[in-house]
Write a protein that binds this ligand. Structure first.
Ligand code: MEV
Length: 429
């Protein structure tokens, strides 16, 4: 018998124009979703479906992520509670624990540059790129004036295009002249302002250089918008000389090996990105900037460094691009982001950037200490076991019963969780 399978088609013109309900009906049919599943999608909690529908395209629901509060943070002598949105167990606990150790040494200290972003304008097909480069510098004031006309509000707040650079790069398509606007974005992340300015000055750049402009876009390698955090912790608070030594050697491993550096930096981003997400900032921009900054010398390495100071205490520092805002974009529309900012109590984008960088440093410390001391799994195990217990069907007090048993046996597996549940139910009907 000939068997014919009907393939489903995902090409759907005008999907974006449909009301949420209709989109959901289509997805339900396509993926055989149950009524319960579709109602979970639309049960969006504090982010109303109407607001979600205005934020992005083709909305059918919202995606909740746990929001935890990291405690103990003392930054520049001020106490902070840190909202962190993350799905990974142990991160909030590790940040809080590291911040507790840091308090013993007076907490974290921070600095940051002005909130300057770079907007790139790519000009190609230039006969005389070296002359053209000089010409761009010659017209600098006119170019900056044109850029600033695009955003009088930003300028009135003390921001705007402040300077520019022009560089020649050699590519397989020939030389290109890249003009870079330096835009002080004040409390905004600034992508919109910078992109608008880059687009506005493009015709001018074409006239000045005689070339053709293609790309006009912000750079996420925000080397002019850096945040720094540093900390010194007494060796006793870290766990003694050997633990300090272990952390320093863990850092040396990462600084010398890109395979380890990627994971070391992932630990930093565990903390930083959880705060970036909680405040509805653009985490992809931060991640892209972080890794590019870590590779800026041509060799991918760590964003942080750890040393033993002259007293034998542990001292660590972190510097990374931190393009975050406290105004603009989804930051002031997302109801939870607004509350997260209120909990943080930050007064400016710079302060937020410094807090986020501090959380990155704390997270890095928490991970390195665990790795160099007892290994990461012990801390992870209980939360992992708990998740498995719940997935196996444990509820109420049974969650702890199954979790404890699996941790005791060091057998954290779904089949074992089900077995324990079964046994328990047999003995206690
Ligand atoms: C896990 O999410 C993060 C760590 O791997 C970071 C590190 O190894 O430094 C623990």
């Amino acid at each position: 018998m000939k068997c014919q399978t009907m393939s489903k088609i995902s090409a759907f013109a005008g999907f974006y124009k449909l009301p949420v309900k209709e989109r959901l009906r289509i997805v339900k049919e396509f993926a055989n979703l149950t009524d319960e599943e579709t109602s979970l999608l639309t049960n969006t909690g504090s982010l109303s479906i109407e607001l979600a529908d205005r934020m992005i395209e083709n909305v059918v629901g919202a995606f909740p992520v746990p929001l935890g509060i990291a405690v103990n943070f003392l930054i520049n002598k001020r106490d902070y509670l840190i909202p962190m949105a993350i799905e990974e167990p142990s991160v909030v606990a590790a940040a809080s624990y590291a911040a507790k150790m840091a308090r013993e040494g007076g907490g974290f200290h921070t600095t940051s540059t002005s909130p300057v972003m770079i907007g790139q304008i790519q000009a190609v097909n230039i006969k005389d790129p070296y002359r053209a480069r000089m010409a761009v510098y010659g017209y600098k004031e006119d170019i900056l004036k044109k850029a600033n006309e695009q955003d009088p509000v930003l300028v009135s707040l003390g921001g705007g295009a402040k300077d520019l650079d022009a560089k020649i790069i050699h590519t397989p398509s020939g030389p290109m002249l890249i003009t870079e606007l330096h835009v002080d974005c004040r409390d905004a992340m600034g992508a919109n302002a910078v992109n608008t300015m880059a687009e506005a000055v493009a015709p001018m750049i074409e006239r000045i250089t005689g070339g053709r402009v293609y790309l006009r876009i912000i750079s996420n390698l925000a080397t002019k918008r850096l945040a720094r955090a540093y900390v010194t912790i007494p060796k006793e608070a870290v766990g003694g000389e050997e633990v300090v030594q272990g952390i320093v050697q863990a850092y040396h491993f990462a600084a010398s090996d890109p395979y380890r550096a990627a994971t070391h930096n992932k630990g930093i981003l565990n903390g930083a990105i959880a705060v970036v997400i909680a405040t509805c900032n653009d985490h992809r921009a931060i991640e892209a900037g972080a890794h590019a900054y870590a590779a800026r010398t041509g060799h991918y390495t760590t964003l942080s460094s750890w040393e033993k100071d002259r007293n034998g205490d542990l001292t660590g520092s972190l510097e990374m691009p931190m393009a975050v805002g406290t105004i603009g974009g989804a930051i002031r529309t997302h109801p939870i982001a607004k509350i997260a900012l209120k909990i943080l109590g930050v007064k400016s984008a710079n302060e937020l950037a410094e807090v986020i960088t501090t959380v990155g440093l704390a997270q890095n410390l928490g991970a390195l200490r665990a790795l160099a001391h007892e290994g990461i799994q012990r801390g992870h195990m209980r939360l992992h076991a708990r998740n498995i217990a719940i997935a196996a069907g444990a509820t109420d007090e049974l969650i702890d019963v199954v979790t404890d048993q699996m941790v005791k046996e060091r057998k954290i597996r779904m089949d074992r969780a089900k077995e324990i549940l079964e046994q328990y139910r047999k003995t206690k009907p």
